[in-house]
Each structure stands twice: as structure tokens, then as C-alpha cells.
Design a protein around this ligand. Structure first.
Ligand SMILES: [Zn+2]
Ligand SMILES: [Zn+2]
Length: 293
């Protein structure tokens, strides 16, 4: 009983000290990133990106789409609350030296300060791939990942649509890194912003990668929107987040992934050629050259 009272006093005091900073970091990130990506992709550039729509066309089933987004925002608010709750322990742990956060940029030099962003990125990609695969295990799926997979046709708001257990698992990336390796405060903040924007983009619902990049040996290591979209459609395969190499290494990438990206990124060109043909003109690439021939 004494322990419970001591813990409650400790928790309330810790919350009082850090809740202002936590609210600034956690309560704003999801809403800003998802609204920015949604506004740019689904409204401002929707006309340009129309041919790159994955899944169902926008005009169909608007009431079902509304219910989906409402559910995604509901679970995302729950995720933000889980993140805020866990951040209280993280902040207190940092104050007591459990986590190796640091503020002085000269402490480990600029190379480590910026290099740790890349290390954290690679760690997160590996952590996400393996924790994601674990959550697909039948014993864990129902309690962790099933909520995220209720969405078959993602929108940027799907980014944080997690059950509380999955939110807690996903939150652990930064604490696990900082438990072992030093992490500058600003590197942490920039990484958190990068992570949520990348997450909202992975669920954009429109392919954003230029044509040909997915087959490039280096550029193709970057995971496209189609990559994660196919995971939502089929509930299996394509488990990676930032990069494709874990799926390729472990043989879990869908065999038709590259063909699907090719098809989506060349649709705009095909539609344009068809319109030109219908108008009675030659398609652009078969028109005679202005210089002879
Ligand atoms: Zn997803
Ligand atoms: Zn999954």
C-alpha cells in the first residue's frame, strides 16, 4: 500500500514537471503531420496525383471513408495519450540518468550528433520490421496489431491508428536506443518529427515515388507508399518501414511489388497518350522528330 502511495506521489510530481514539454512534443506531432500530408496529397496536388491513387477511387463510398477516418483519429488520440503517459517515465528516467540524453552539442562532437540520426533510423527500421512481424503472430495479433489492420485502404490519418499495446511497443524505439547510446536532445526532436511525417507519407494512399526509382539499386531501398499499402491490402508481406532491405533479406517482399509500382507510376503517362490518341494525334513518344526522320 505504501508503495502505491509513493508511486502515485512520484508520478504526479513527475507529470507536473514534464507535462508542458510532453504536450508540446506528443500532442501536436500527429495532428500537424497528418493534416499537412493530407492537405498536400489529398487536396492541393490531388489533380496531379489522381492517376497514382492506390486502392479505391475517392469518389466511392464517402460515408465508409468518413467512418474509417473517424475511427483512425479516435485510435490516434488514444495513441497520443499512451505516448504522453510513457513520456512521463522517459523524462523522469532522463533526469535520473537512466537514459543517455544530452544537451551539450560538443559533448560527442557534430559527427556523432548528426550520425546518431542515421543510427537511430537504421535501428528503428530493424526494430519496426521485427516487432511488426512478431505482432503478426496469431497469439499477439488480436491484442496489438489488429486495430491498425482494420484499414485496408490507408489515409494519412492511419499513421497512429494503433491499439494501446501496439502504441506502447512502437513508442519504445527512442527509449531503447537512449538506454544504450547517447542521444542529443535536438536529434531526438528532429527524429520524432521525421518519423511521424514518414509514417503519414507511408499511408498517403497515393504513390509519391518517381517512375523508375523502385527498380534502382540504391533509390529502390527507400520504401514506397505502394510497399506499405500492399501490406494493408494483403495483411502479410512487406513488413518494413523506411527501407526495403529487411524484406528483401528475409524474403518477405511481395513478388509483384516492383510490377505494381511500375504500373502505378506509368498510369499518368498511359492516360495522357490515350487522350492524345483519342484526339486523333500521335502519342508524344511516336511523334516525328523535328530534326529530320
Ligand atoms: Zn500501416
Ligand atoms: Zn501489419
Amino acid at each position: 500500500m505504501d508503495f502505491l502511495i509513493d508511486f502515485t506521489v512520484w508520478f504526479l510530481e513527475s507529470s507536473r514537471q514534464s507535462i508542458g514539454t510532453i504536450a508540446k512534443i506528443e500532442a501536436t506531432r500527429y495532428f500537424i503531420a497528418t493534416l499537412v500530408v493530407f492537405t498536400l496529397v489529398w487536396i492541393v496536388f490531388e489533380g496531379v496525383l489522381k492517376s497514382r491513387k492506390l486502392g479505391r477511387p475517392n469518389s466511392r463510398r464517402p460515408d465508409a471513408r468518413f467512418r474509417q477516418v473517424r475511427r483512425e483519429i479516435f485510435y490516434s488520440i488514444s495513441t497520443v495519450l499512451v505516448y504522453m503517459f510513457m513520456s512521463i517515465f522517459l523524462f523522469q528516467g532522463a533526469t535520473e540518468g537512466v537514459f543517455k540524453f544530452y544537451a551539450d552539442p560538443d559533448k560527442y562532437g557534430p559527427i556523432y550528433k548528426y550520425g546518431s540520426f542515421v543510427l537511430l533510423l537504421l535501428f528503428h527500421d530493424a526494430y519496426f520490421y521485427w516487432s511488426h512481424r512478431a505482432m503478426h503472430h496469431p497469439r499477439l495479433f488480436k491484442w496489438t496489431h489488429a486495430v491498425h489492420h482494420r484499414t485496408k485502404d490507408p489515409t494519412p490519418f492511419t499513421a497512429y491508428a494503433f491499439a494501446p499495446a501496439e502504441a506502447a511497443i512502437n513508442y519504445m524505439v527512442v527509449p531503447l536506443y537512449a538506454l544504450v547510446l547517447p542521444l542529443h536532445d535536438m536529434t531526438t526532436v528532429w527524429f520524432l518529427w521525421f518519423m511521424i511525417f514518414r509514417n503519414a507519407m507511408a499511408h498517403a494512399g497515393y504513390e509519391l515515388m518517381p517512375h523508375g526509382w523502385a527498380r534502382h539499386p540504391i533509390l529502390g531501398l527507400n520504401s514506397s507508399v505502394t510497399h506499405h499499402h500492399m501490406h494493408h491490402e494483403r495483411m502479410t508481406g512487406n513488413y518494413g518501414f523506411y527501407f526495403t532491405f529487411w524484406d528483401r533479406l528475409m524474403g518477405t517482399e511481395h513478388k509483384d511489388y516492383l510490377d505494381r509500382v511500375d504500373e502505378i507510376t506509368s498510369r499518368g503517362r498511359k492516360m495522357k497518350d490515350r487522350r492524345v490518341e483519342e484526339a486523333g494525334m500521335e502519342p508524344a513518344d511516336s511523334a516525328p522528330s523535328p530534326v529530320g526522320g
